[in-house]
Design a protein around this ligand. Structure first.
Ligand code: ADP
Ligand code: MG
Length: 388
């Protein structure tokens, strides 16, 4: 689960990580009041969306007067920001963070993530911060250090390695060690799956500060972090995914043409692969899970039928715990309100397979039947082409 930059900074501040002074603003008037209360001579108006790359897209405005803050806030609030990370549709800006403008001497990259290979928390550090880290990794990998933390805290030796890699010495090396320790604690205590400061800066006055902060919470640990769940901003999430999660469906929206309904995550991935192999792309990942009900299947079909991108639906059910008649029942329920506006290809095998097929046939639905996954994918891709 993602949270906003301002929320991540507030969380880090609780652990003693130095962050710029700033205030949240939901309106132009609030932005002006916030800037006035931060008394200084430079302010930064930052669009709060769950995506990076805001600076290059005009979502981070440096302002030299309250008048400029007002103009930037007016311009940004309600606007749609398209960044490298938002996709073409962009994201609407509903919240602004008004921050003191800092004098930046150097920009670093620093992040923490779970390193599956070492089964440890790893720091990724680079003296080339503030830019696209993927680009740095591709063009000059020697500028990136990845270091897994061996014990329960950052050792002196580990901190020294990171500080030296960033070119920090003396007092700044000490400040860096202190910062790493606090970040490590924040990351582990809050059950993060990713924490990224890009950039971490050295101010003109020689202080280290988190200028940008992205925190991703491990969704599997949210049950013990009500405080993080409370930060969820549903307006940042895909409404279809929210809807699906309410029915216990594992649904992720994608940008292809074939709507998929599958049971089991592995089979769902195999289905997506074979669709690509046959020359099209899936419109979604959808695992209906094992203990699925007619209601949830109905909801899943409604999601697929109401998605304009979907040109054909591929149902691939290998019934074990899931019963084929439940899948058929869900389809019959869904079409009462959401007519089948695109071809549906069904591969139904396993538990109650005959009954499932009979239910669909009795309802005289125009479903194309497939005997195996290969054939199902071929039929679905061909059907999507007819429609397109
Ligand atoms: P994004 O990563 O989405 O582009 P950042 O928060 O990293 O957004 O901001 C982009 C750039 O804007 C930073 O690299 C920095 O140069 C500048 N910037 C951001 N916040 C401040 C600030 N408080 N003071 C001065 N410059 C800032
Ligand atoms: Mg950034």
């Amino acid at each position: 689960m993602n949270i906003h930059e301002y929320q991540a900074k507030a969380m880090l501040a609780e652990f003693g990580v130095p962050v710029p002074r700033g205030k949240l603003a939901l309106s132009v008037a609030e932005a002006v009041t916030a800037a006035e209360s931060l008394n200084g001579s430079v302010w930064v108006v930052k669009a709060q969306i769950h995506a990076g790359g805001r600076g290059k897209a005009g979502g981070v405005r440096i302002c030299k007067s309250i008048g400029e803050v007002k103009a930037a806030a007016t311009d940004l609030l309600g606007s749609v920001l398209v960044t490298k990370q938002t996709g073409e549709a962009g994201k609407q800006v509903n919240r602004l963070y008004i921050e003191e403008g800092l004098n930046i001497a150097r920009e670093f990259y620093l992040s923490l993530l779970v390193d599956r290979e070492t089964e440890r928390v790893a720091f990724v550090a680079s003296p080339a911060g503030g830019m696209d880290i993927e680009e740095v990794a591709a063009s000059s990998p020697e500028k990136i250090l990845t270091l897994s933390i061996a014990g329960d805290e950052v050792s002196e030796n580990e901190a020294q390695k990171i500080a030296a890699f960033l070119g920090l010495e003396g007092e700044q090396e000490k400040a860096c060690a202190d910062l790493l320790e606090k970040l490590y604690r924040a990351f582990t205590e809050k059950d993060g799956s990713m924490l990224e400061l890009n950039p971490l800066i050295l101010t003109g006055g020689g202080k280290l500060m988190a200028l940008d902060a992205k925190f991703v919470a491990d969704s599997n640990a949210l049950y013990r972090h009500a405080e993080i769940v409370g930060l969820r901003d549903l307006s940042e999430e895909d409404p279809r995914e929210i809807e699906a999660s309410q029915f216990g469906l594992n649904y992720i929206a994608l940008d292809g043409h074939i709507g998929c309904m599958v049971n089991g995550a592995g089979l769902a991935m195999a289905t997506m692969d074979i669709i690509q192999l046959k020359g099209d792309r899936p419109a979604n990942f959808l695992d209906v899970g094992g203990g699925v009900t007619v209601d949830a299947v109905c909801e899943a079909f409604k999601l697929l039928f109401s998605d304009d991108h979907v040109k054909a639906v591929l149902v691939n059910i290998f019934g074990g715990i899931v019963r084929c008649d439940i899948i058929a029942g869900g389809l019959l329920e869904a079409i009462k309100t959401h007519p089948m506006r695109v071809p549906v290809v069904m591969r139904l095998v396993g538990t109650n397979e005959e009954e499932g097929r009979r239910m669909v046939k009795d309802a005289r639905l125009d479903v194309r039947w497939a005997n195996d996954l290969d054939q199902a994918a071929e039929l679905a891709v061909a059907a999507a082409r007819e429609v397109a």
